[in-house]
Design a protein around this ligand. Structure first.
Ligand code: ADP
Length: 274
């Protein structure tokens, strides 16, 4: 499933589907309708980016696919089965790496494998294999405080890949990194995806990042979020944020996104005026 052989065994990837999904959060301060009538499909092995204004429900959508939240109505499915809870076939990667500071890099990566009952030697072997994939094998004995932000996110990615999930759910994983590190990780993530054929659902508010990475870009409406439009510009890979075709495509999406951001601001002002 690590795709080292370049094969794409069907058991290594998963088809995702959101069917008319609505999600409302109720707190002491009131109810927030985060999603309403959101529907889309992601094919097995596809790399799809979800783009939308802040607060439109992007992270909520990932939480539903991760099984961390349940929709109020509608369904989220993996390979046609309703996803009712978390599973090792789907791994979430957040903006801030959640690594153990008392473990070195290789032990951080191998940690989750203990739960699978895998032997110590085999765990280490798997961890080194994925560390090679993210070009971090030379740092196997480094501790987390010795790593840069980019290296921490690579370790996080290696830790996720070690579990051999079918789906990577990525929530703005590079948003806290400097532009150069982010560009390098964009290139590496494209290579990893081409090699491992995981299904990737990647949330971002950065239009060009979505275009660099995604096979398709799903643009969400302002809250309550649903899918406003799907973009597929078919720009040849490998892609870089400054490619002409990509900059032109970004202009089209930005105009569409601006309408949603404006709507969201107007609603916020209206709430404040109430
Ligand atoms: P995005 O990722 O697009 O910025 P989120 O999915 O994080 O948006 O949030 C959508 C809306 O749902 C926001 O108004 C947010 O405050 C609210 N929300 C998200 N998670 C919770 C929660 N666990 N409890 C209450 N409200 C939440």
């Amino acid at each position: 499933c690590l795709g080292i052989s370049g094969q794409r065994p069907p058991e290594c990837t998963m088809r995702l589907e959101a069917q008319d999904v609505s999600k409302c959060f109720r707190t002491r301060r009131g109810a927030t309708q985060a999603l309403e009538g959101a529907s889309f499909q992601v094919a097995s092995g596809e790399f799809v980016c979800i783009l939308g204004p802040s607060g439109c429900g992007k992270s909520t959508m990932l939480s539903l696919f991760a099984g961390l939240e349940q929709p109020n109505s509608g369904r989220v499915l993996g390979d046609g089965k309703v996803l009712t809870g978390p599973g090792s076939d789907r791994v979430v990667i957040f903006q801030e790496a959640a690594l153990f500071p008392w473990l070195n890099v290789v032990d951080n990566v191998a940690f989750g494998l203990q739960l699978t009952g895998m032997g110590r030697k085999q765990r280490r072997q798997r961890a080194l294999e994925v560390l090679r994939l993210v070009h971090l094998d030379r740092f196997e004995t480094a501790y987390i405080h010795e790593l840069s932000g980019g290296m921490k996110q690579r370790t996080e990615l290696a830790r996720a890949l070690a579990m051999e999930p079918k789906v990577l759910l990525m929530d703005e994983p590079f948003a806290a990194l400097d532009a150069q590190t982010r560009d390098i990780l964009h290139t590496e993530l494209q290579h990893i995806w081409l090699r491992t054929h995981k299904t990737i659902l990647f949330v971002t508010h950065n239009v060009r990042e979505a275009l660099v990475l995604g096979d398709r870009v799903l643009l969400m409406t302002s809250r309550p979020g649903s899918i406003k439009r799907e973009y597929d510009f078919n720009i040849p890979r490998p892609r870089a944020m400054e490619d002409h075709a990509l900059v032109d495509a970004a202009r089209v999406i930005l105009a569409d996104l601006r309408v949603e951001v404006t709507k969201e601001r107007e609603e916020r002002y209206a709430q404040l005026a109430d």
